[in-house]
Design a protein around this ligand. Structure first.
Ligand code: IVH
Length: 711
C-alpha cells in the first residue's frame, strides 16, 4: 500500500522519489526506445502524478534526474549530430497590439526610416510542430537535421526522405546549394487516426499532434516514420549563398515554384493595421485549419533590411511571433511558498493541486511579487485560474470569488527572509518608486543566497559541471563540502584525506565519484564570458557577460577595471558605460559586486584554480575584428544603434570615447572633441562611406546568424 503523500516524512519522500525516477525512466525506455510499454497509460500517469505531488510537497528533494524535468521525448544519443552551418535561432514573442507596435517602431528607429516610408512585413501562421533544416545540394536532398540546441541538431535524413510532402529533388530553377528551413507537423485528422491505431495496438496514444510529429520523426527505424503521415511547410532558410530574390515574400514564392510546400495564409502587409487584421483573420480560421498553430509570425520583407537589422542575442530584430492567448484551467492554490533567489529576491510560488493545462500537468505557478498578490488578492485556499503559454512558467490569472473559503485571509507577505531571518526590504529606485521585488539583505550570510549562487555557478550556461546539479549542490552545501565556488575545485584533493569519503556516501560509488571529479577537471579551463556569467552578478546575464568578455579580454583585466570603475568620475567608469548593451543599472551592479571584499575573494580564489580563456573574436575574417572603434558626428546611412550592432557583428569593440587604445574613429559631419582627440593620439579617422567601403569586402558577408548575402 502506498502511503498518502501528506503523511510522508522527508527521508521517505526522498526514497520514493528515487524509486519513482527509476521506475518512470524504465517505462519511458520501454515506450520511446523499444516502442513497447508494459503498463497502462492510467498506471503510468498515476506514477508521474505521485512523483509531482511529492515534489510539490518537498521541492528541495527534486532530483536532477526527476521525470518532471524531462520534457518530451528523451534526449537521444541515437542520432548522429549535425552542426548547423547557420544557427537555428528562435523568434521573440509578442502577446499584444502594443508588442506589435513596439516591434515595428523598433525597426523604424533602428533603420532610421521616415514616417512615410512603408515597412513591408509578411504575416503567416506559426506552425506548432518541430523545426527542421533540409539541405539540398545540386537540387538533391542530402541532409535533414532537427533544431537541437540551435547550433547542433540530430541527423534525421533517412526519416525525412520517407516524407511525401518533402521533395527529394527541387526544380531545375533552384540553386546549387540551399538549406530550406520549415516546420514538420501532423494534421488533426492524421493525429486522431494515429492515436486510434496506437490504442488498438495497445500502444500509448500521443498527447498532442506536436508530440506525435516529434515522436514519429525521431524514430530509429525510418520505416516507422514512413508509416506516419508527417507534413511540412517551408518558411525560412539557413545557408543559402545564392538566394533567388531580395524579399522574404519572393523567396517563399520561389520555394513554392521549386516544389516545396508553403503556407497559403502568408500575406504581405504594409501597415500595422494590416498585420493585426491578418492576425485576427488567422485566429478566426484557427479551428478550421486542421493543424495546430499557436500564433502569427511577422517578418520584415526586404532582405537587405533583415541583414541590417540582424540579431539581438538569439532572436532576429526583423521577426516577431505574435502568440495567441494561452490555455487555461482552474485548480486549488494549496499554499504560497517563498523562494529566495541568488540575488536575495523573495519570489512567491503557488503550490497547486495538480491540474492539466494544454496537455501538461501543472503543480507550481509563479505569483511574481507581493504587489501582484495584493493586486489580485490571491489567497491560500483559493480556487484560481491558471494559464500556461508555451514553455513559460504557468501564471495565475485570478481567483474565483464563489469558491473562496469563508475563513480566508489576505496573504501576509513576509518582511524577513524565511531562510536567514534577515530583514527583507524593497529598495527605492532612482525614480523614487519602490522596487517590485523584496530582497533578503543577508547577502552571503544567507544560506539560500549562497546555495543559489553555487547552483547558478555550476549550471548549464555557466560552468556547466555535469553531475553537480541543484540537488547535489544543496546536499554538499548542507554537509559543508562546498561553501564557495572554488571549493568545487578542491573537492577531490580534500576528499583524498577525508574520513568521510565521497564514494561512501549514500547513492555514490567509486565510479560516480570519479565521473564527478572528471567533470570538474574538464572545467578547470573556461571561456571568460561563462566565467563572468557564472559569478551571478545581478543584472549580468549571458549577453551582458559576453559583451564584457569581448571588451575586457582577460579575467584579470576585467577584475581590475571593475574595481577601478568604482571611481564614478574616472575613465574606467566611463569606459564601462560606453560598452554596447551596458547601461547604468548593470554598471552599478558590477561596481557594487566588486566593491564587496568577499566577492573579490571569490574571484581571486577561483582564479587560483581555473584558467580563464579570452573569448574568440566574433569574426576573425573582417578587417575590423578585434579593433576598437568609436563613432562620432552625424551618421547618414545608418543609425548609431545600427552602427554599433554592425561593428560588433564584425568583431569590433565599440567605445564611447577616444583614447590611445582606439584603432579607428568613424567621424560624420559635426564631429568635435573626439576628432581632436583622435588627431592627438594619431588614431585613424574615416568617414561613414569609408566605413562601408572597409566593411563591405566579401570576407565579411554572411556573419554569424545573419541571413546570407544576396547573390
Ligand atoms: S521563422 C530566426 N516562421 O517558431 C527564426 N518560425 O521561435 C526564424 N515556427 O523555431 C523562424 N512557424 O520552429 C518561422 N512561419 C514560421 C514558423 C516558425 C513555426 C517555429 C520555428 C522556430 C520557432 C521560432
Amino acid at each position: 500500500m502506498l502511503k498518502p503523500v501528506d503523511s510522508l516524512s522527508a527521508p521517505e519522500a526522498a526514497a520514493e522519489l528515487e524509486r519513482l525516477a527509476a521506475e518512470i525512466a524504465g517505462h519511458d525506455r520501454h515506450y520511446h526506445e523499444q516502442d513497447a510499454p508494459i503498463i497502462s497509460d492510467a498506471e503510468y500517469d498515476a506514477l508521474r502524478l505521485r512523483n509531482e505531488a511529492i515534489e510539490a510537497r518537498f521541492p528541495e528533494l527534486i532530483r536532477a534526474d526527476s521525470p518532471s524535468r524531462r520534457v518530451g521525448a528523451v534526449a537521444s544519443e541515437k542520432f548522429a549530430k549535425v552542426r548547423h552551418a547557420v544557427p537555428m535561432l528562435s523568434l521573440s514573442n509578442g502577446f499584444s497590439t502594443e508588442d506589435v507596435n513596439d516591434f515595428v517602431g523598433r525597426i523604424r528607429r533602428f533603420l532610421n526610416l521616415s514616417e512615410s516610408e512603408p515597412v513591408g512585413v509578411t504575416a503567416e501562421p506559426k506552425i506548432d510542430g518541430l523545426s527542421i533544416s533540409i539541405r539540398y545540394e545540386n537540387r538533391k536532398l542530402v541532409q535533414a537535421a532537427t533544431r537541437g540546441d540551435g547550433f547542433e541538431g540530430e541527423n534525421v535524413t533517412a526519416n525525412v526522405l520517407t516524407m511525401q510532402s518533402v521533395p527529394r529533388r527541387l526544380a531545375a530553377s533552384a540553386p546549387d546549394l540551399i538549406e530550406v528551413r520549415g516546420e514538420i507537423y501532423m494534421s488533426h485528422k492524421d493525429f486522431a487516426a494515429l492515436n486510434e491505431k496506437q490504442i488498438q495496438e495497445g500502444e500509448r496514444p500521443f498527447a498532442n499532434p506536436r508530440n506525435a510529429a516529434a515522436g514519429s520523426l525521431r524514430q530509429l527505424d525510418p520505416e516507422i516514420t514512413k508509416s506516419r503521415p508527417l507534413k511540412f511547410f517551408a518558411y525560412a532558410w539557413g545557408e543559402a549563398p545564392d538566394l533567388p530574390a531580395k524579399t522574404q515574400w519572393d523567396v517563399i514564392q520561389a520555394f513554392a515554384s521549386w516544389g516545396l510546400p508553403t503556407n497559403p495564409l502568408m500575406k504581405l502587409c504594409s501597415s500595422i493595421e494590416e498585420l493585426l487584421a491578418h492576425y485576427r483573420h488567422i485566429e478566426m480560421l484557427r479551428s478550421e485549419l486542421g493543424y495546430d498553430i499557436d500564433g502569427v509570425v511577422y517578418k520584415v520583407n526586404r532582405l537587405d533590411w533583415q541583414q541590417r537589422l540582424g540579431f539581438v542575442s538569439r532572436s532576429p530584430r526583423w521577426g516577431l511571433a505574435h502568440k495567441f492567448s494561452a490555455e487555461k484551467a482552474t485548480t486549488v492554490l494549496e499554499k504560497i511558498d517563498i523562494q529566495v533567489g541568488r540575488t536575495g529576491a523573495l519570489t512567491p510560488v503557488a503550490r497547486l493541486k495538480p491540474v492539466t493545462v494544454g496537455g501538461v500537468v501543472v503543480t507550481n505557478a509563479t505569483l511574481h511579487n507581493e504587489d501582484e498578490i495584493a493586486r489580485k488578492d490571491i489567497r491560500e485556499g483559493d480556487t484560481v485560474t491558471v494559464q500556461r503559454a508555451g514553455d513559460v512558467i504557468p501564471q495565475i490569472l485570478g481567483y474565483i470569488p464563489e469558491k473562496r473559503p469563508e475563513n480566508s485571509q489576505p496573504y501576509p507577505f513576509p518582511a524577513e527572509c524565511p531562510v536567514c531571518k534577515s530583514h527583507a526590504v524593497r529598495e527605492e529606485r532612482a525614480s523614487g518608486k519602490l522596487d517590485a521585488v523584496r530582497r533578503c539583505t543577508g547577502g552571503l550570510i544567507c544560506a539560500a543566497q549562497r546555495v543559489e549562487r553555487l547552483k547558478h555557478f555550476a549550471s548549464r550556461n555557466a560552468f556547466d559541471i555535469e553531475g553537480l546539479g541543484d540537488k547535489i549542490i544543496a546536499e554538499f552545501y548542507a554537509d559543508e563540502l562546498i561553501q564557495w565556488p572554488h571549493d568545487i575545485f578542491t573537492l577531490e584533493e580534500r576528499d583524498r584525506t577525508s574520513l568521510k569519503r565521497l564514494k561512501n556516501r549514500e547513492g555514490w560509488g567509486e565510479a560516480s565519484v570519479r565521473k564527478l571529479f572528471d567533470a570538474i577537471d574538464e572545467r578547470r579551463s573556461i571561456a571568460l564570458d561563462r566565467f563572468i556569467f557564472a559569478l551571478g552578478i545581478r543584472h549580468v546575464g549571458e549577453t551582458t557577460a559576453r559583451a564584457l568578455a569581448r571588451h575586457y579580454h582577460t579575467a584579470e583585466a576585467f577584475r581590475e577595471q571593475m574595481i577601478a570603475a568604482a571611481d564614478l568620475d574616472g575613465e574606467h567608469w566611463q569606459e564601462l558605460n560606453a560598452i554596447d548593451g551596458i547601461g547604468e543599472i548593470v554598471a552599478e551592479a558590477l561596481v557594487q559586486f566588486f566593491g564587496e571584499p568577499h566577492n573579490r575573494d571569490v574571484v581571486d580564489e577561483l582564479l587560483k584554480h581555473v584558467k580563464v580563456t579570452p573569448l574568440e573574436a566574433r569574426s576573425t575574417s573582417s578587417p575590423v575584428a578585434g579593433k576598437t572603434v568609436v563613432f562620432t558626428g552625424a551618421l547618414e546611412r545608418m543609425t548609431r544603434e545600427e552602427a554599433k550592432a554592425m561593428a560588433e557583428r564584425l568583431g569590433a569593440k565599440v567605445s564611447g570615447s577616444v583614447s590611445k587604445k582606439t584603432d579607428l574613429l568613424v567621424a560624420g559631419p559635426g564631429a568635435g572633441s573626439k576628432l581632436k582627440d583622435a588627431q592627438k593620439y594619431g588614431v585613424e579617422v574615416i568617414d561613414e562611406n569609408g566605413w562601408f567601403d572597409l566593411t563591405s569586402s566579401p570576407a565579411v558577408a554572411g556573419e554569424e546568424g545573419a541571413p546570407t548575402k544576396l547573390g
